[in-house]
Design a protein around this ligand. Structure first.
Ligand code: BGC
Length: 768
């Protein structure tokens, strides 16, 4: 009896549709409307459903996906033909070859290509620092390193190459860039951000979007749809733990957290993913105001909004804003989420059934469902999927090419930041005996971090072949009679979910100290992200610090290389180090880049994209208000990070002088700034020129300064250049005491290097 009644329900829900299939290869807006008008509720709901590849994989008797990955035809048929699923994401357990991707794509797109269905599937992946899930792909620095290059042109190139290699794997949609602000260093995804500053994040994020999508409007077969994430405030978690609540006052939401998203939307970003956490008591996925009002209505976002992993479900099971799964789906969908990353099997079936029932009962209006489907079809059309969901593999000869690797290496070279170089211990010189040590010395995993071949990036099996670690690269680069040897010193491992460490052959390390002149100690943390990356303290692990103490006690020159997903506290060992290099997570090319920089074959041009904290309990940002500066003694010297935002040394530096400015229109608040940059050396120099603004008095307490412009400039030996920056009044605007955007009249300072200029704005300029 039970079996019979469930069969009856299935027939009602997924019975034969009389609607005729309409086929369009490049649908116009009207044709998309016609398609939607011709779709059944079931077909429409299916478009809003995203499943993970594992949901359609063939598995063994233990439920593990087969290797090489194979699609289960029955599961696929059920997903595409019965449930009309619109999107598939992810890789199985680990990275796979292009041939395996080809076979997956052949299967996934077969129903569309055979005209069994009239809407192509949209495939998405996290290619967040290059195509990290295709064997042989080009791996770039993680976003935090990319931000440290202060080079939007390089970010755009990284986007282009990543897009190309995604398409070469048959994938037209990338869940990148992360535009969350890196203002909570405890957060396990700090390395996925573009740092703490809204202006830098906006510039670099927009460049990535241009790189991913191209600039032609239509996204051709060498570009992909970007996905801005995680809208908004995920990174501001109060505890620093993954997916835990944040409190963001409206003023800071407007000034700090929203601008990078707003600009990326203006650049035409096609999709956006939601914050899994709760901000100001409202789960990201239930926030109508942000998703529908701000994003879609106020900003005019035309693409679609996708949930994060299982987040419709989480509204019921974790955030408790919906007493049932069905109500959770209604809540999220009506708040403005267009596609649900459900994503597992059989959960996706429940999702589809709940959604169909909700539409039939009127809890979700047909207009809202049509709006979501229209947005999804619009993106599929923009990507050319109707014309050809799978352009094939033959036209991607540059996949993993030397040219692409060179760009990744340039990105690593430009990101790595020199924080200390006492007595010019760097560059390393001829005849030195160099010991390379520490858990990062001989590890590709620690160069790459999470989202590399596997989600957590810990597996060594899939590492790119033939790519040197730091030790290997230094051994190759340092000829000139230098000798390079290796001792691990310390090993990092996981113990009850948290990182732990142990010494490895400490006696051998101590002996090696005696035999060497310079000790290069590569410290950091194990790759991790999301919940597995939660930590209990920002302190760098003490055993790694002990390697530094021992080296200094042995009176050696100590060079520390930081391979960090977030700034770890090192104030106690900093005085013991002669040189400190922040390498962030530079990717596969990091070893080679570090070797070139340390040996002086290249110069450091990276600059910190965040304020490096000195103390665990004192987290501050460069754009703090002046109250942060007040010391107990009453003077203004309390702001004392380990290193300031924008800090970074070079072997050779350029001078900045002669800043002048030209007020174009005082009423409108437009102005130009010019500054001279000079290279006094007989070798080329590349430097970052940042421009800061300080609003001296305002109705809401002003920051002491904030970044409003920058340029990374290359100078030939002896060259002088004049840089020009153009600003309009939007640069001066802040949220005023009445909650409105306004450039308030008064005195402003412009700061560049050691130079300062003052100007007056005569009248208020309103922007709301
Ligand atoms: C992460 C997202 C990611 C998604 C798909 C989630 O757990 O938060 O950033 O895009 O998984 O892999």
């Amino acid at each position: 009896m039970k079996a019979l009644s469930s069969l009856f329900v299935l027939v009602i829900l997924f019975g034969f549709h009389s609607a005729e299939q309409l086929y369009f290869t490049n649908p116009s807006d009207q044709e998309i409307d016609a398609l939607i008008a011709n779709m059944t509720i079931e077909q429409k709901v299916g478009q809003t459903c995203q499943i993970t590849l594992d949901a359609i994989h063939k598995t063994d008797e233990k439920g593990q996906a087969l290797v090489p990955a194979q699609i289960d035809p029955q599961k696929l048929k059920e997903a595409i033909m019965t449930y009309h699923v619109g999107s598939v994401l992810n890789v199985g357990a680990h990275t796979i070859s292009r041939e395996e991707w080809m076979s997956i794509m052949n299967d996934v797109h077969a129903p569309y290509l055979k005209k069994e269905t009239n809407i192509p599937v949209l495939y998405g992946i996290d290619a967040i620092h290059g195509v990290n899930y295709t064997i042989g792909g080009t791996l770039f620095p993680q976003e935090i390193g990319l931000a440290a290059t202060w080079n939007p042109g390089l970010a755009e190139k990284m986007g282009q190459i990543t897009a190309y290699e995604c398409r070469a794997s048959g994938i037209p949609w990338n869940f990148s860039p992360v535009l969350d602000l890196g203002r909570q260093p405890l957060w396990s995804r700090h390395f996925e951000t573009l740092g703490e500053d809204p202006f830098l994040c906006t510039q670099m994020g927009a460049a990535l979007v241009r790189g991913y999508q191209g600039t032609k409007g239509e996204v051709d077969e060498f570009h992909v749809a970007a996905c801005l994430k995680h809208f908004v405030g995920y990174s501001a978690s109060f505890s620093g733990r993954d997916r835990t609540p944040a409190w963001i006052p409206e003023k800071y939401m407007q000034e700090l957290y929203l601008p990078a998203f707003k600009e990326a939307v203006a650049q035409g970003a096609l999709t956006l993913m939601i914050n899994s956490g709760v901000v100001n008591g409202i789960p990201g996925h239930a926030n109508y105001q942000l998703l529908t009002q701000t994003l879609k209505k106020d900003w005019g976002f035309k693409g679609f909004v996708v949930s994060d992993w299982e987040d419709f479900i989480m509204l019921h099971t974790v955030h408790r804003t919906a007493p049932t799964l069905a109500e959770a789906a209604i809540q999220a969908f009506n708040a403005g989420v267009d596609m649900s990353m459900v994503p597992s099997n059989p959960q996706y079936k429940t999702y589809c059934q709940d959604m169909i029932a909700a539409v039939k009962s009127g809890k979700i209006s047909m207009a809202r469902l049509d709006d979501a489907v229209r947005r999804i079809l619009y993106v599929k059309k923009k990507l050319g999927l109707f014309a050809n969901p799978f352009p094939g593999f033959d036209q991607y000869n540059l996949f993993g090419s030397q040219d692409f690797q060179r760009v990744a290496k340039a990105a690593a070279l430009e990101s790595i930041t020199l924080l200390k170089n006492h007595n010019s211990v760097l560059p390393l010189t001829a005849n030195q005996r160099i010991l390379v040590t520490g858990p990062g010395a001989n590890s590709l995993n620690m160069l790459n971090g999470a989202w590399t071949h596997t989600w957590q990036g810990m597996e060594t099996t899939y590492n790119t072949k033939g790519v040197p670690t730091i030790y290997e690269a230094l051994s190759k680069t340092l000829v000139n009679k230098a000798t390079v040897s290796y001792q691990p010193g310390v090993e990092l491992y996981l113990e009850k979910d948290f990182e732990a460490s142990r010494f490895i052959e400490l006696d051998a390390y101590k002996k090696a100290l005696k035999k060497n002149d310079v000790i290069v100690i590569c410290v950091g943390e194990l790759p991790s992200t999301e919940k597995p990356g939660d930590i209990r303290s920002l302190q760098l692990d003490d055993k790694q610090k002990e390697l530094v103490r021992l080296a200094k006690a042995a009176k050696k020159k100590v060079v520390v290389v930081l391979l960090e997903a977030r700034p770890r506290i090192i104030n106690d060992i900093e005085p013991l180090c002669d040189a400190i290099i922040q390498a962030y997570l530079p990717g596969d090319q990091g070893g080679a880049a570090l070797a070139e920089l340390m040996s002086g074959n290249a110069d450091f041009t990276g600059r910190l994209p965040y304020t490096y904290p000195r103390y665990d309990g004192v987290i501050e940002f460069y754009d703090h208000p002046r109250s942060v500066d007040r010391a107990k003694s009453g003077d203004f010297s309390a702001y004392n990070p380990q290193w300031d935002f924008g800090f970074g040394l070079s072997y050779r530096s350029a001078s900045i002088s002669g800043m002048r400015f030209d007020v174009k229109d005082q009423q409108k608040g437009t102005f130009n700034i010019q500054v001279n940059v000079h290279n006094p050396h007989d070798q080329a120099v590349t430097t970052v020129v940042p421009i800061y603004l300080s609003d001296l008095y305002a109705s809401t307490t002003p920051e002491n300064k904030r970044l409003i412009g920058f340029n990374k400039v290359a100078l030939r030996p002896g060259e002088n250049k004049t840089l020009e920056f153009t600003f309009d009044a939007t640069t001066l605007k802040r949220i005023s005491v009445d909650g409105k955007w306004r450039a308030e009249k008064g005195t402003f300072e412009i700061i560049c290097g050691q130079e300062k200029l003052v100007f007056e704005l005569d009248n208020d300029i309103n922007f709301d």
